[in-house]
Design a protein around this ligand. Structure first.
Ligand code: ADP
Length: 396
């Protein structure tokens, strides 16, 4: 059994895999412990049936103990020791962690050092690593980092046009995120295109609540839209993406807000939510746009234009034959209107979408471009948890 964990400051999301067939791990349980240190609510889904427990959880250790106890009660495991490995999704590995690693003291120290780069994400991961380590001392603990896949980016992609000492002294550079998803897609693409990963050039649009694009050149990350933080690049559910940096100073002066408050607004009240005034959820924005709500239409146009502009920019940067343009994550996998609008705005690339295929149901992946398209366009379901499970299995 391998447990995959994605922890925040007050929540632990998890998925338990049976890996007795190592080539085909089977997800047995899906769950979420939330409101940790507030009151506590644990949801565990087994065989499509949801079990909800309203139990007080004072901290992450309480939550982990409760999760393991309920696993045994629900008979998904006989005893906690059946869990041989735990794979953690960790947001920031800085520039030191370039691949999946075992969570040694030294690596935990690196995660801690990177709290200043990911203050909202790394602390929760660290607390939950310690809690699982205490509860299951014999399990192998492995860390998969959202940043590590992007450590192959060349200097031309990761450097900003700012004083050089910001890079040397403050580590200001592009790190990029969603790396676990991109790694999964790059791996899966070998099967899709029947080519070795090192021979693949792809543009992958990971469009979820958070959204980014990755230019994959020879199987490796060459450039990506997120930067020092996940606020950069595309317009997202609540994040602005790229804006003129001077807007911050201007709004501060005009509204008497400080830089922290304004950055908070750029993270939590901008993007689809901020422009449409409808919702951060793409389904609601599409529904309202189809109702002729002008702000929702504008939000949808801005969103798809930004994605298209980066796709074209990255095609220029790959500067070689591109095997495929891939849409993935909640919006990328499901929103046919978004895919259609993006493709229609990439005029320079000579893409053509097949609307029947674009709307067609699929399980794993499906090509949605017509035979006239100069580059194949596909929708592919990402699976970050499976990627983490497989990586953890490798360490066992
Ligand atoms: P997260 O980044 O939280 O993992 P997801 O990858 O689950 O997010 O993506 C969430 C987004 O996907 C939401 O904006 C949601 O509206 C969108 N989405 C999910 N299903 C559909 C659909 N059928 N049509 C349009 N958008 C969808």
């Amino acid at each position: 059994m391998i447990l995959v964990v994605n922890a925040g400051s007050s929540s632990i999301k998890f998925k338990l895999f049976n890996t007795s067939d190592s080539k085909n791990p089977v997800a047995l349980v899906d769950g979420l412990a939330e409101r940790i240190s507030v009151d506590g609510r644990l949801t565990i889904e087994v065989d499509g049936e949801k079990h909800v427990f309203e139990d007080k959880m004072n901290d992450h250790l309480d939550a982990v103990k409760l999760i393991l106890a309920k696993f045994t009660d629900l008979k998904v495991i006989e005893k906690p020791e059946d869990i041989k490995g735990i794979g953690f999704r960790i947001v920031h590995g800085g520039d030191k962690i370039v691949e999946t690693v075992e969570l040694t003291q030294e690596i935990k120290k690196t995660i801690e050092d990177n709290i200043r780069l990911a203050p909202l994400h790394n602390p929760g991961a660290l607390t939950s690593i310690n809690a699982f380590q205490e509860s299951l001392p014999n399990a192998k603990l492995v860390g998969c980092f959202d940043t590590s896949y992007h450590q192959t980016m060349p200097e031309i992609s990761y450097m900003y046009n700012v004083p050089y000492e910001w890079y040397t002294d403050l580590k200001v550079r592009k790190y990029g995120f969603h790396g676990i998803s991109y790694e999964y897609i790059a791996f899966k693409a070998q099967e899709i295109f029947n080519k070795k990963q090192d021979d693949l050039n792809l543009i992958v649009c990971h469009l979820g609540n958070g959204a980014s694009i990755c230019a994959i050149k020879n199987g490796k990350s060459y450039n990506t839209t997120m930067g020092l933080t996940p606020l950069a690049g595309l317009m997202m559910g609540t994040r602005s993406g790229d804006i003129d940096p001077s807007i911050i100073q201007y709004v501060a002066k005009e509204t008497q807000k400080d830089v922290f408050q304004i950055t908070d607004i750029l993270n939590k009240e901008s993007g689809l939510h901020g422009v449409s005034k409808v919702s951060s959820d793409m389904r609601d924005v599409i529904a309202e746009a189809q109702n002729n709500n002008p702000k929702a239409k504008l939000a949808l146009d801005l969103y798809t234009q930004t994605v298209a502009d980066f796709v074209v920019k990255f095609a220029n940067q790959i500067n070689d034959k591109i095997d495929g343009i891939i849409f993935t994550a909640g919006i990328g996998e499901n929103a046919s209107l978004v895919r259609e609008k993006v493709i229609n705005k990439c005029g320079l690339l000579g893409l053509e979408i097949d609307s029947t295929l674009n709307d067609q149901k699929y399980s794993d992946y499906l090509a949605i471009s017509s035979s006239n398209s100069k580059i194949q366009v596909l929708k592919v379901r990402t699976n970050e948890e499976l990627m983490i499970c497989n990586e953890t299995l490798r360490f066992l």
